[in-house]
Design a protein around this ligand. Sequence first.
Ligand SMILES: Cc1ncc(COP(=O)(O)O)c(C=O)c1O
Length: 427
Amino acid sequence: MKFDKSKKLFERAVTHMTGGVNSPVRAFKAVGGTPIYIERGEGAYIFDVDGNRYLDFCCSWGPLILGHAHPVVVEAIQKTAVKGTSFGTVHESEIRLAEKIKVLCPHIELLRFVSSGTEAVMSALRVARAFTGRDKIVKFTGCYHGHSDYLLAAAGSGLATLGIPASGGVPADFARHTLVVPLDDQEALRQTFDKFGDQIAAVIVEPVPANNGLLLQTGEYLHFLREITRAHKSLLIFDEVISGFRIAPGGAVEFYEIVPDLCTYGKVVGGGLPVGAFGGRADIMSLLAPLGVVYQAGTLSGNPLALACGLATLEYLESGDCWRALNSKTADFAQKMKNDLKGKPVNVTAIGSIFWINLQPNIARKAEDLKPEDAKSYAAVFARALEAGIYLAPSAYEVGFVSTAHTGPALAEAADKLSGIIKSQQL
Ligand SMILES: Cc1ncc(COP(=O)(O)O)c(C=O)c1O
């Protein structure tokens, strides 16, 4: 396989954009080599500038649940674009997408659209703080909620201590309002509430933690989060940017049958264009301007093109009962790999149409269970998969996504190839 044109483009890119990219993981630092430049996508496949074709398991990091350039999505965008790309006014598609979301997620009473998951989470936290009159939030190690200051915090030393900045440029004064605890550890969270209970505005969690491997939680633990937050009059926020409209029509709320106070969405809700949303209880959401005291706004929030893309995606998913088919083909794919890899120190975990190839034998439920050395073995697997025409996420701790365009035979072939590659590695 040749990557000459990609290499040349990257040489140009680094002279213009920091690190040559607009989001760090795209630089392939975690797997080595040069990023490949994608020219077009069609269904389950992407094609690079050197003419190579890959079965795409990244799917733009999750939004493309219908695959690339799905005809209904393309048509919706085209029909909208000819009427104008943005008005900065109210328009009917906002209501139509909001109504669709509320049908799929009946726990959402009021919502607001923004342009990214980061914005959705940042705004949800602000309204949670205003509602409770408290400043602190609790997040979990390994859960990612976008790149806003309060959420780029890491655990300080010891349990139930104040967070420290996890990135340059984050003031320590901001990070100390974020308490960071391990997932799947009821005692750690109890201690945190014992110490700071009356200062905690909200606990935010990815109910399907999918940003540091796939650290699937037990239903019991997620129910515990609901109980402890309620007992302390703190809010529970489910960050469903990945799980929303993906693992089930109503996301993790439907899957685990737990109703949080607020939810945040992104990715699938925009179908590949920039949409985020947050919503939940009307008494909380009514605090937002123009009704209430919490300021939140956006020039391109509720952008007509982006909402048309999101609406077409959700309508298509709903009309074809796509979730069931998607989930079952993903489960078959994961099971096939598991069977092929029996006896190898490898785990393949899946939920809905999300999967993760974990290059270690034990099932991980918290970030502390992961071993950094697995990343090295993953780099070799990634490179060989690329050569075999399979595009995995360029990081050991990123999950894979299956779309409606991934066919059963294509998945079975990919499972064979990936298992073969993994078996040939020294793990
Ligand atoms: C769970 C979760 N929350 C928030 C975000 C941030 O979303 P965005 O990248 O659209 O800002 C992400 C992005 O991957 C995410 O996975």
